[in-house]
Design a protein around this ligand. Structure first.
Ligand code: RIB
Ligand code: CA
Length: 300
């Protein structure tokens, strides 16, 4: 069974993506590594631990990662994710935090199981960049890299042309993409092809505890602001593509990320036919069919 490690900044959409992975029968989540971004690292770490314990998966280790980007400090997206980063309270986690940090955990997993573990990066890429700096060649030991980030030939969501994850740590995004490994990249242009409407969110129920929690998080997200009509699926698409690559088509490109200045975090195609499989067309119907299967969603 394919093994995945989720590098994450939960985060509402991160939480749904994690629940999708836990519910999908065809992948094994061997661990999570946490990075600051949507909320502070401390809050993201708590949210990841609380989520896994709440759904009865306390055995999945959550490793602390980067609380700051390689340079500077993280922006925050608290407006989208509410103050806590999730839209419902979860009991405080009680399982002891592993002493091993994210970089050492990732390095160990990839060297002990070369070619067997997929890294699903759905937050700023700081942990992955630090991994490659401290343990050169580690990323190449991953079975594959799936990244949610960037806005290629598309407007941004945190700056006019920059997407949040790449903007939070543009140097890390540049360094990870510069390694030149095959990556699957789900950018904003792909994410804007899929949204769950308020009507759809409240028309669903679930047969499973994971699915009910996911629906609660989504429905509460809409309740936070009556003006919200659609929830874009960001990390959920990256996770769905990890589990079932046929949810989207891709095109091969070479990408670079601006590291500083007014275009920091902006992703640019430098050539066609490069190592990045950039999401092209997302099959929204298939994505919702798969997500509903995994999370036991049915019409209410
Ligand atoms: O731009 C969207 C990305 O930024 C998602 O990963 C979301 O969770 C935030 O981290
Ligand atoms: Ca995220």
């Amino acid at each position: 069974m394919p093994r995945i490690i989720i590098d994450t900044d939960p985060g509402v959409d991160d939480a749904i993506a994690i629940l999708m992975a836990l519910a999908a029968p065809s992948v094994e989540v061997v661990g999570c590594t946490v990075v600051g971004g949507n909320v502070s690292h401390a809050r993201a770490l708590r949210n990841a631990r609380a989520l896994l314990e709440f759904v009865g998966r306390p055995e999945i280790p959550v490793h602390r990662g980067s609380s700051r980007p390689l340079h500077g400090k993280f922006a925050s997206a608290r407006n989208f994710h509410s103050g806590s980063g999730l839209t419902r309270r979860l009991p405080e986690p009680s399982v002891k935090l592993p002493s091993q940090g994210a970089v050492d955990f990732l390095a160990g997993q990839l060297s002990e199981n070369p070619g067997e573990t997929t890294l699903v990066a759905i937050g700023p890429l700081t942990n992955l960049a630090r991994l490659e700096r401290q343990y050169p060649g580690s990323l190449a030991r991953a079975a594959s890299l799936v990244i949610m980030g960037g806005a290629v030939d598309s407007s941004g969501n945190i700056m006019p042309q920059a997407e949040f994850n790449f903007y939070c740590d543009p140097l890390a995004a540049h360094e990870v993409m510069a390694v030149g490994l095959p990556v699957t990249l789900v950018d904003l242009a792909a994410c804007r092809q899929v949204a769950m409407s308020r009507e759809m969110a409240f028309s669903l129920k679930s047969r499973t505890p994971l699915g009910r929690l996911a629906l609660q998080i989504i429905q509460n997200w809409f309740k936070v602001d009556e003006q919200r009509e659609n929830m874009l699926f960001y990390d959920q698409i990256a996770m769905a593509a990890t589990i079932c690559p046929d949810v989207m088509t891709t095109r091969q490109v070479s990408l670079d990320i601006e590291v500083e200045g007014p275009e920091a975090g902006v992703s640019k195609v430098t050539a066609g036919g490069g190592p990045a499989a950039l999401a092209d067309e997302v099959d929204a119907e298939r994505l919702f069919t798969l997500t509903s299967q995994w999370l036991g969603w049915d019409a209410a």
